[in-house]
Design a protein around this ligand. Structure first.
Ligand code: GYE
Length: 332
């Protein structure tokens, strides 16, 4: 069954419920119940295989996870960031298996290539919880997944573009996320479906690997090839690549948000500021604050309580005016 969490507030509420249900199932005197004097009950050891530190989104996600998987919450966290190297990430998961952790949480860099190591975790009796990105492996190899609907994010972005440009012939360049990652695949698909029938044509599409530097250098290449005047629209699969592209456009003497309309995904602080400043035209949110929800679900999985196969957290979307109204109250 598909579960949606409507907002950060709804998410926090649901998490509180999940945690309450969980602490009810643990024994008195655990770290969840320090008031009774803690009598040596064990922390849940969790290995977390993070992608790396490629973006503002990732920094907020790592912080959310590290805060939620604290000793005060009953966890010992073994953290690994793989610097966007899929082989290194799989090696980290193997090391968690060898260490005999109680559960493994993975934010998979790419979708493919997980079958063997997930089978090894299953054979070792260690449950795997996927966070953020999805995998193509069979879903009996992991307990559950918690994340965002990337395809819908792409649809939201594409719908705004189709509405803005209508039938007008529009030359679009795309900055794709990491090749083979679920958000890059799904954000492309959702966007392309939504612009079908509009005047928007993709003239170039390359990966900027979700980084600011990647977005900047790919955009420099686009500008060298097509000129600022030859590009009407930029769709960047995350804010950071869009922010890098803005630097490239400005360095070439162009006005981001005017000469080239820019749409990005994430809604992290720097992206929202660029939206308020008129340099980005539209942002679809991708909520990185998944830590508490994931921690509650990990406790349920380790306790043997039933969980759903997937938990979707819902995203918002912002025009320039909407961003100005909320920017001061944003948590990341
Ligand atoms: O959009 C991007 C990050 O997987 C949803 O990864 C995440 C994406 C996010 O690098 O900024």
């Amino acid at each position: 069954m598909r579960k949606s969490f409507l907002s950060t507030i709804a998410m926090a509420g649901a998490t509180a419920l999940a945690l309450a249900a969980c602490s009810g199932s643990t024994e008195p005197g655990t770290t969840n119940d320090p008031g009774t004097g803690g009598n040596g009950d064990e922390l849940i050891t969790v290995g977390f295989a993070q992608t790396g530190s490629e973006s503002g989104w990732r920094a907020a996600n790592t912080q959310s996870m590290q805060t939620a998987f604290s000793e005060d919450n009953g966890f010992k966290l073994v953290f690994n960031a793989a610097d966007n190297d899929p082989a290194a990430q799989i090696a980290a998961v193997r090391s968690f298996i060898n260490q005999g952790v109680d559960a493994i949480v993975i934010a998979p860099i790419v979708s493919d290539g997980w079958d063997d190591v997930l089978q090894e975790a299953k054979d070792a009796g260690i449950p795997v919880i996927l966070e953020d990105r999805t995998v193509s492996a069979s879903d009996d190899l992991f307990a559950t997944w918690v994340g965002l609907d990337f395809e819908r994010e792409g649809v939201y972005a594409g719908e705004w573009a189709a509405e803005y440009f209508g039938d007008t012939p529009t030359r679009m360049v795309v900055l794709e996320g990491t090749t083979g990652s679920a958000p890059a695949n799904d954000r492309a698909k959702g966007f392309n479906d939504a612009i079908a029938g509009s005047g928007i044509v993709t003239i170039d599409s390359q990966t900027g690997d979700f980084t600011r530097d990647g977005g900047k250098s790919v955009m420099e290449g686009y500008i060298a090839k097509y000129g600022i005047d030859g590009i009407d629209l930029l769709y960047a699969h995350n804010d950071d690549m869009g922010l890098g592209a803005i630097e490239a456009i400005e360095a070439a003497g162009g006005k981001p948000g005017e000469d080239i309309i820019i749409i990005t995904i994430d809604a992290v602080r720097d992206g929202m500021q660029a939206l308020v400043d008129g340099k980005i035209n539209y942002i679809v949110e991708c909520n990185p604050l998944l830590g508490e929800l994931v921690a509650g679900i990990v406790k349920d999985v380790v306790a043997g309580n039933p969980v759903d196969k997937e938990y979707f957290v819902e995203d918002q979307k912002f025009t320039q005016d909407e961003a100005a109204a909320v920017i001061d109250s944003r948590l990341y």
